[in-house]
Design a protein around this ligand. Sequence first.
Ligand SMILES: Cc1cc2nc3c(=O)[nH]c(=O)nc-3n(C[C@H](O)[C@H](O)[C@H](O)COP(=O)(O)O)c2cc1C
Length: 200
Amino acid sequence: MNLFTAIEQRRAVKHYDPEGSVSEAAFNQIMNAVLLSPTSYNIQHWRFIRVTDPEIREQIQAAAWGQAQVTEAAELIILCADTQAWRRDPQRYWANTPAETQAVMLPMLEAFYAGKDQLQRDEAMRSCGIAAQTLMLSAKALGYDTCPMIGFDNEQLAEIIHLPEGHLIGMMITLGPAARAANPRAGQLPLDELLRENRF
Ligand SMILES: Cc1cc2nc3c(=O)[nH]c(=O)nc-3n(C[C@H](O)[C@H](O)[C@H](O)COP(=O)(O)O)c2cc1C
């Protein structure tokens, strides 16, 4: 599917075929595409939870105020991030670069992130957002639908998935064959209201 067609056809789909499935090949193709999403300094701090256990899905659905797609969709992926990834073996993030590059990048990373909690958090959310869009468009390109979700109790979800210290939850995404198309688009703002030249 053409990229622009996938962008136009991606919608937040709330109703899935409960008997539907995503092949392992398609799931892996989507997730491997997600891993090519950009991150600052290439730190790849996203961490993904694929929720396959029906009981855990039900617990998550309760934490998501009963939203049907949480249990109906073939797949549920929770996009998390390790806010401390910048200091966990960072040389891995430039493993294929020359030693001189690594020698420059490592202190830069430290200077950029150390002691800046809000920045670490912002960065994690930015990266989850970009990864989410890659996931949703890749899924659409393969004929599946998705719904990004933040409609859940963050603390409850963190407890259910045993979110480690220093990690956060960006969003969840449901994925699978749809049972019902999304409603018509709710109303898009015009470009000339949103795009300014040079300054606000
Ligand atoms: C970060 C994020 C969180 C969202 N959370 C939910 C959610 O919890 N439940 C839901 O039904 N839709 C959720 N949505 C879907 C939005 O309502 C939807 O994307 C928006 O209305 C635009 O519709 P479209 O995606 O079909 O173009 C969320 C979307 C985003 C981007």
